[in-house]
Design a protein around this ligand. Structure first.
Ligand code: GLP
Length: 261
């Protein structure tokens, strides 16, 4: 696990964009695993900027999003499908057929989840998975106590996550209780993972995922089992880590070629 501590969310997002750029240079038809929430918004803006500058071409890539709220259709303002459209897809000329997001309106959820897993495998597997982290250490919508071997399935949100995400919903509107999410096992199958976390609200989760024991109580700690994870955080999110000096030292003394991913 590589921990990269940056001055602010802008620099973290620019750093994360380098890994997307490097991958898309190597592999034009890369399979990207994408995330929602407030955290990746600046990264999407940076990727759009690079696309407009002619430095990034998404036209042959495909995307798989982590999760979706059950009961929300694509036009619902708080659906992740709508989020992705507004924050990213509308600006990057990615063919609609290449976009995959779990269907919050699926009638047969287990069948839909199995088909989602199969679509990832059929596409060749995810090359680079982007993640945020919940304040309780969840990734995707895999809440604490999720199996570390889980696959795409229905999950019930904790009250803490429902309350953390309430600001994405209209006043008085109920946050759904259920979601469809890639499992932790699905996420760990990605060839490369970039996790972003900003702000002191994420400091406990970051410390637990990087330096704590691997535990289903902190789903993100499962990333310690993956050979290629970059955790890119700002100073505030790094606030509770023990070994920040070492992480900075590792980054500062890298060979230049490695810094580009
Ligand atoms: C939701 C999403 C996660 C995201 C988390 C943190 O639960 N399913 O993918 O990482 O929220 O969101 P934010 O980035 O808004 O803090």
């Amino acid at each position: 696990m590589e921990v990269i501590i940056t001055a602010d969310p802008q620099s973290a997002s620019r750093q994360a964009a380098l890994y997307f750029k490097s991958l898309l240079r190597r592999k034009k038809n890369a399979i990207l695993g994408l995330a929602t929430g407030g955290t990746p918004v600046l990264l999407y803006q940076e990727l759009i900027r690079l696309h407009r500058a002619g430095e990034l071409d998404f036209s042959q890539s495909s995307t798989f999003n982590l999760d979706e709220y059950m009961g929300l259709g694509p036009e619902h303002p708080a659906s992740y499908r709508r989020f992705m459209q507004d924050h990213f897809f509308a600006s990057i000329q990615l063919p609609a057929a290449n976009i995959h997001i779990p269907d919050g309106l699926a009638a047969d959820v287990p069948a839909h989840a199995a088909a989602y897993e199969k679509a990832i495998v059929d596409a060749g597997g995810i090359d680079l998975q982007l993640l945020g982290v919940g304040s309780d250490g969840h990734i995707g919508f895999n809440e604490p106590s999720s199996s570390l071997a889980s696959r795409t399935r229905i999950k019930t949100l904790s009250e803490r996550t429902r309350s953390d995400n309430a600001h994405f919903f209209a006043a008085g509107e109920e946050v759904p209780y259920h979601v469809i999410t890639m499992g932790i096992g699905t996420i760990l199958d990605a060839r490369e993972i970039v996790l972003l976390a900003f702000g002191d609200k994420k400091a406990d989760a970051v410390a637990a995922l990087v330096e704590g024991p691997v535990s289903a109580m902190v789903p993100a700690s499962a990333l310690q089992l993956h050979p290629s994870v970059r955790v890119i955080i700002d100073e505030a999110a790094a606030g509770k880590l023990q070994r920040t000096e070492y992480y900075r030292h590792v980054f500062d003394f890298k060979p230049a070629w490695q810094k580009q991913g």
